[in-house]
Design a protein around this ligand. Structure first.
Ligand SMILES: NC(=O)c1ccc[n+]([C@@H]2O[C@H](COP(=O)([O-])OP(=O)(O)OC[C@H]3O[C@@H](n4cnc5c(N)ncnc54)[C@H](OP(=O)(O)O)[C@@H]3O)[C@@H](O)[C@H]2O)c1
Length: 331
């Protein structure tokens, strides 16, 4: 495993972040395909053995049970100061707004719930899961600042935002003396490259780490078209993100397979090796024990400039999908 500094922070993270959305009680929450606690623990333990020290979860994943599984496993298998734990908070709900809960109080409440789920007294990276159009960003930033001052959060990050939103938030944070976001978790992989328009340039300029999610397009960049899995059958969120552009994406997926065959490696290794040339640490999900090995090996694979060009050449701009397609003022 290789390691890198997370943007301007002092966090030294493995270049593969373990995505923990697939861990949690399958009976609670949005996903029917998640792994139970025993199987989740095996994968987390295996990741630690391979040198992964960076774990990404969220209060939204399976109603907090992902945080619970991850927290228990990390407490059992790792030393707290040797892992980097990231979790995420959601926007204020209409009920909270009507009850007069401020943005600052909302952040404090969500964080306390996540810390209870994790069984930890701080998180290393606290991420704003998506832009909250109903709450002034100043309130969110002050809430995060309070959490850092209280020692409950070390650094803050953001997810699912436009470059202008991140630039605006960090400018306000700098003006008001609040912590700036050190990382951004956007949707970015070989078949969805819209982050290259503006976000990648902002991040390079401002030393913000990119830690993209769905690095393997939820499995599509790890297997040939037509091959399937329980998740591939049941994950309707991923279908919503990728089904509309399936034909054009398959051209790239087949090129990934070709490069993989030339190197005698897996498609996972090629897809992640490409992304590792662009970002600090992709967030990679796993539903089987051996999946983490492919991710680990990707950090060793070097693609030539010609191979990178071959993989990139067929891409055509995609419409926004998933959470980013909803990133606009709420009616
Ligand atoms: N911030 C956000 O809004 C957001 C949104 C989505 C995800 N995330 C984060 O990003 C993480 C990853 O997202 P993701 O699960 O959608 O995407 P992903 O990493 O693109 O895909 C993971 C899937 O790829 C397949 N896979 C992984 N390693 C493999 C290997 N070595 N060989 C063959 N197949 C392999 C598995 O598919 P099968 O199970 O089908 O075999 C696995 O479920 C999540 O866990 C979460 O932490 C964040």
């Amino acid at each position: 495993m290789k390691y890198a500094k997370l943007g301007s922070s002092e966090l030294n993270v493995s270049r593969i972040c373990m995505g923990c959305m697939g861990f949690g009680d399958p009976g609670q929450g949005q996903h029917s395909w998640t792994l139970d606690e025993e199987r989740s623990r095996e994968i987390i333990k295996h990741g630690l053995d391979l040198g992964v020290n960076f774990f990404d979860t969220a209060i939204a994943y399976q109603s907090g049970t992902s945080e619970q599984f991850v927290g228990r496993a990390l407490r059992d298998f790792a030393k707290r100061d040797q892992v980097v734990v990231a979790t995420k908070f959601l926007p204020r709900t209409q009920e909270e707004i009507q009850a007069g809960v401020s943005g600052q109080q909302h952040v404090a409440n969500m964080l306390d719930q996540s810390l209870a789920n994790l069984g930890m007294d701080y998180v290393d990276l606290y991420i704003c899961h998506m832009w909250d159009w109903n709450t002034p960003i100043e309130e969110i930033l002050e809430g995060l600042s309070n959490a850092v001052k209280a020692g409950k959060v070390r650094y803050t990050g953001i997810s699912n935002c436009f470059a202008w939103q991140l630039a605006k938030a960090n400018a306000i944070a700098q003006r008001d003396g609040f912590p700036q976001f050190v990382s951004v978790q956007g949707h970015y992989n070989l078949i969805f490259r819209e982050e290259e328009r503006e976000m990648a340039v902002l991040c390079a300029e401002a030393n913000i780490a990119m830690t993209p999610y769905s690095a393997l397009a939820s499995g599509r960049l790890a297997r040939l078209p037509g091959e399937t899995s329980k998740r591939a059958e049941e994950d309707k969120f991923a279908k919503f993100k990728y089904d509309a552009t399936r034909e054009q994406d398959e051209v790239i997926i087949r090129r990934v397979a070709e490069v993989a065959e030339n190197h005698g490696v897996s498609m996972t290794e090629v897809s992640l090796a490409w992304l590792l040339t662009k970002v600090t640490a992709p967030v990679v999900g796993a539903t089987k024990l051996h999946h983490m090995e492919g991710a680990d090996k990707a950090t060793e694979l070097e693609l030539s400039p010609d191979e990178i060009q071959f993989l990139e050449e067929p891409y055509v701009p995609h419409p926004l999908a998933g959470v980013m397609a909803q990133n606009r003022p709420q009616k």
